[in-house]
Ligand binder design. Structure first.
Ligand SMILES: C=CC1=C(C)c2cc3[nH]c(cc4nc(cc5[nH]c(cc1n2)c(C)c5CCC(=O)O)C(CCC(=O)O)=C4C)c(C)c3C=C
Ligand code: FE2
Ligand code: FE2
Length: 350
């Protein structure tokens, strides 16, 4: 075991029972939402149970919510959503694309940061595997006394960013020697992110032999009530959309922010993506594109709900050309964004 000047006695003179002291390293932990281990009912139920019992996600009283969750939702949704996951499953690796891309982002970022040998990059999921507590412990065991925790959400929502941070701090409650923890702030208006999104739109549109009349910037929604309680998510989504539009030099009507993936009976942020797509087609718009700037990686919500379902809705109501612009994933542009942010957050630690 290599010893350092952090130990209480000179190297080689530590008593056998002294806890090992490792070389100081800095961990970077990328965290995305999560994903089921498989598309079967049991895997789906396990995943949805962990997700939908999180108080940051469903804020209703447990007395009201649990009978609905355990009586109805966890008996019906795993089967239905499992089928949707099957359609977008990465069959080569037998895992969801969210998992594939998150792991690739971590591997690639590790290689990009090779100029800092003390930095270790790893990844975790808020729900499912690999878990945040396991990865925090693994980084600690590997000698990281400082960790940069990076919730992979450009826009802050309590249901996403805050619950990642909660989970990490909770994991530290069980550690005697806690690492120092830096949480990465939202980056909805970071020039590197805006540039990468704008470039991905330009590159994708240049690859088409047609031009969309309107591009929708579709963000995952949250209940309207969360926004009214003070969640900054809506404002940050609107700012992202505005900055991307300004960077592209487009008029206001050309890039339209919308919100997708409603869950439950409450009113969510509007305008809804599916209703907007339907209305545009009915109003005679023939060609649209949709981008998901709030998703760092393609996943069920982008591949099935947008590339699949939204496209079908558009065609069913008279639309002719529909295209989905992929998320940044582990592309050059996407990695540049992650690198820029992580290098900034590492300042003073490396
Ligand atoms: C990108 C930001 C996200 C926000 C904000 C968000 C809020 C939010 N989500 C739910 C409920 C569900 N979301 C589900 C999937 C899902 N959600 C996000 C991201 C955000 N969610 C992603 C990246 C994914 C895809 C995961 C994958 O493996 O591909 C699901 C699971 C699928 C389903 O059952 O429909 C649920 C449920 C709520 C209630 C909420 C805000 C309160
Ligand atoms: Fe979600
Ligand atoms: Fe707002």
């Amino acid at each position: 075991m290599p010893l350092t000047d952090e130990t209480c006695r000179p190297v080689g003179e530590l008593p056998a029972e002294h806890p090992p002291v490792k070389i100081q390293k800095v961990g970077v932990l990328l965290v995305n939402l999560g994903t089921p281990d498989g598309t079967d009912f049991r895997s789906m139920r396990r995943y949805l149970k962990e997700f939908l019992t999180d108080k940051r996600v469903i804020e209703w009283s447990r007395v009201f919510w649990y009978p609905i969750l355990f009586g109805i939702v966890l008996n019906t949704r795993p089967g239905r959503v499992g089928k949707a996951y099957e359609e977008i499953w990465n069959k080569d690796l037998d895992e969801s694309y969210l998992r594939t891309y998150t792991r690739n982002q971590s591997d690639r970022l590790g290689a990009i940061l090779a100029d800092h040998p003390s930095v270790m990059v790893d990844w975790a999921m808020r729900y499912g595997q690999p878990s945040i507590p396991d990865k925090m412990q693994a980084l600690k065991d590997a000698g990281c006394d400082r960790i940069v925790l990076f919730p992979l959400y450009p826009q802050y929502a309590a249901a996403t960013t805050a619950t990642v941070n909660d989970k990490a701090f909770k994991a530290m409650m069980d550690m005697r020697w806690q690492p120092a923890l830096r949480t990465v702030p939202p980056y909805h208006d970071d020039p590197a992110y805006i540039e990468a999104i704008a470039q991905s739109i330009e590159t994708h549109l240049q690859s088409l032999d047609w031009e969309p009349e309107i591009v929708l910037a579709s963000f995952h929604g949250i209940p309207q009530s969360y926004f009214l309680k003070g969640d900054p998510y809506h404002c940050q989504c609107m700012k992202t959309a505005r900055l991307v539009r300004e960077r592209l030099g487009w008029p206001k009507e050309k890039l339209m922010p919308t919100f997708q993936s409603r869950f439950g009976p409450e009113e969510w942020l509007q305008p809804y993506t599916d209703k907007t797509v339907e209305k545009l087609a009915k109003d005679g718009v023939k060609r649209i594109a949709v981008i998901n700037p709030g998703f760092v990686s393609d996943c069920l919500e982008t591949l099935e709900e947008i590339a699949g379902e939204a496209g079908e809705i558009f065609h069913e109501h008279g639309g002719e050309k529909f295209t989905h612009i992929p998320c940044l994933n582990d592309s050059e542009g996407g990695m540049k964004v992650l690198e820029t942010i992580v290098r900034r957050e590492l300042q003073g630690w490396v």
